[in-house]
Design a binder for this molecule. Structure first.
Ligand code: C2E
Ligand code: CA
Ligand code: CA
Length: 565
């Protein structure tokens, strides 16, 4: 027991110690009898109890008690004095003394100390629990950053000061673009490690100049309480974007993380923290929709439309995070031999309420909000992994066709994604066919051509999907580095009845041969259609005649029967 004795008489102090020791206490003590001594003692050590005489020549118990309170320490304070009156004792207790005992009354002093030690321990435990609960409730465990509630409190405080000065402030809402994909591919531990690094990088960007919080799984907010002008506001946004151009390294792997950011201004775009957060978030959603890896300022008209889209977006995002997506495979057949040469990967959403949803129901939305980049990369990874495992079972060189949307094709990072997936899965690039619809191909020809070249340099094949619907001219088509024309199913449908359609298919087949391209017809449902296509020297076919898109475990026995030559 560490006892601080406030006492001018050394004899009394010694007597007190021997009384405490005789009660079986292992004692450390110090005796003080003046302001400076008391101050020093409080500073140098954590005492378990202070036992104080009442009146001393140059000090008093009330002064000692005051010093203890000033120190902020919660230490039991017991007055132990012979000449204290009832009234003084009561007022000392009111002031915070824990007990008073007449000098020499050891029989009462010892239990009093024991009781107060116990009470102090309870108070400490309570305080610890409160601090712990506060941390849990207000801080994100993973990153140590404030959560939304604490962020709102802190920003609210700053705003209430700001409203007096009228100065501008800025709210930034940041959303990572690819976290879900990393969770799905590498597991949540990797995703968590990445979040921690992202948080650190944001901390470095924000420094002491603002308030940073993690307001959702992959969402962060930054509030800068004092902004001189719009240039300063933009400089910070640029700085954050710039800092994310450096990849994140975890366990010898490198991750490119991009982010979408929305910015709004106090007081123009909102006068309280929740309005500012909502508006910055809808600006972020627009940035994500237009082009990821970008930032966008809030404009008022955004409000309503974006909140509706956010609801839809959230449900699709959740679907992706919960693993509700799956890939089915539709076999592709060699016209001459009837063997399976490969399959097309087609994504589905296994919706908890509506059952299996076709891609038309959600791919356009995913395209619009940019989520297609994550979904597309996930599908690519699944498909390549599946095909590699088929190869390992002896089905080499079965090919896999994967659809690539316009948004994906417009992103330079597509190259890295494809290369990354090929490396990770170990699939032979010659067995991968990327399908790009004809209309997309024509949108931004120059950029598309260089993207396709780069993909082909990896050894991948390029297929023009839905061919015939995009009205490309022959001379135009020649400029694109492509390998396969995939005739749209609308032409295949009435091939044997509609003379126009059969003429178009014939023309496409001739065109393809002149350009040295392979021809694949999709949507083949009947033997007549197949016979016609065989007559046109079509190379491969795909359609319900052979098989609907199937789960891999259902497809496997079929493949074993129709083993590729
Ligand atoms: P698509 O690329 O033209 O895919 C072929 C569609 O035709 C598939 O529809 C397939 O199930 C269907 N189909 C196959 N054989 C026949 C047949 O004999 N008759 C008829 N009537 N239809 C047949 P699905 O699976 O509903 O996919 C629709 C579209 O969604 C696809 O059209 C593709 O554009 C898109 N899509 C599917 N998966 C993905 C993906 O992973 N990424 C992207 N970006 N788009 C995808
Ligand atoms: Ca396709
Ligand atoms: Ca198609």
């Amino acid at each position: 027991m560490r006892v601080l004795i406030v006492e001018d008489s050394e004899d009394d102090a010694r007597l007190l110690c021997s009384e405490l020791a005789s009660a079986g206490n292992d004692l450390t003590y110090k005796q003080v009898d003046c302001v400076s001594g008391m101050r020093a003692a409080l500073q140098e050590s954590d005492w378990d109890v202070v036992i104080s005489d009442h009146a001393m020549p140059s000090f008093s118990s009330l002064e000692a008690l005051d010093l203890l309170k000033q120190s902020g320490k919660d230490i039991p304070f017991i007055i132990y004095s012979g000449n204290i009156g009832e009234q003084v004792a009561v007022s000392a207790m009111r002031n915070g003394a824990h007990d008073y005992v007449y000098k020499g009354n050891g029989a009462r002093l010892i239990p009093s100390i024991e009781r107060e030690l116990k009470n102090a321990a309870i108070r400490r435990a309570q305080k610890q629990a409160e601090t712990h609960i506060y941390r849990l409730a207000y801080h994100d465990e993973l990153t140590g950053l404030p959560k939304r509630n604490l962020f709102c409190e802190k920003v609210g405080e700053v705003l209430s000061e700001r409203s007096l000065s009228g100065a501008a402030a800025a709210m930034y809402f940041i959303d990572l673009d690819r976290l879900m994909r990393i969770n799905n591919t590498y597991g949540y531990a990797m995703g968590d490690a990445l979040i921690r690094q992202v948080a650190q990088r944001l901390k470095d960007c924000v420094g002491e100049t603002g308030i940073l919080a993690r307001v959702g799984g992959d969402k962060f907010a930054v509030f800068k309480g004092s902004i001189a002008d719009s240039r300063e506001m933009q400089t910070f946004a640029d700085h954050v974007m710039e800092s994310f151009t450096v990849p994140f390294a975890i366990d010898n792997l490198e991750f490119d993380v991009t982010l979408s950011m929305g910015i709004c201004v106090y007081p123009d775009d909102g006068e309280d923290v929740s309005t500012l957060l909502v508006n910055a978030e809808s600006a972020m959603a627009l940035a994500k929709k237009l082009w990821r890896n970008n930032y966008k300022y809030y404009v008022k008209e955004m409000g309503e439309a974006s909140s509706r889209r956010l609801v839809l977006e959230t449900s699709l995002r959740r679907a992706v995070e919960r693993g509700e997506l799956l890939v089915q495979y539709q076999p592709i057949v060699d016209v001459r031999t009837g063997n399976f040469t490969g399959a097309e990967a087609l994504v589905r959403w296994n919706h908890p309420q509506f059952g299996l949803l076709a891609p038309d129901k959600f791919i356009p939305l995913a395209d619009e909000i940019g989520l297609i980049i994550e979904i597309g990369e996930w599908v690519l990874h699944q498909a390549c992994m599946q095909t590699k495992s088929w190869h390992d079972m002896g089905f080499y060189p079965l090919s896999i066709s994967v659809n690539v949307s316009a948004v994906q094709l417009g992103q330079p990072q597509l190259l890295n994604q494809v290369a990354g997936v090929l490396t990770k899965t170990g699939l032979d690039p010659a067995c991968l066919e990327l399908e790009i619809t004809e209309s997309v191909l024509m949108q931004d020809a120059e950029a598309t051509i260089s993207m396709l070249r780069a993909l082909k340099e990896m050894g991948i094949k390029i297929s023009v999907d839905d061919f015939g619907t995009g009205f490309s001219s022959l001379s135009y088509l020649k400029r694109f580095p492509i390998d396969i024309l995939k005739i749209d199913k609308s032409f295949t449908r009435d091939i044997d009845m509609d003379p126009d359609n059969s003429a178009i298919v014939t023309a496409i087949a001739v065109l393809a041969r002149s350009l040295n391209l392979s021809v694949l017809a999709e949507g083949v449902e009947s033997q007549q259609q197949l016979d016609f296509l065989r007559g046109q020297k079509c190379d491969r076919v795909q359609g319900y005649l052979f098989s609907r898109p199937l789960n891999p475990e259902v497809l496997l026995p079929l493949m074993a029967q129709k083993r590729a030559a």
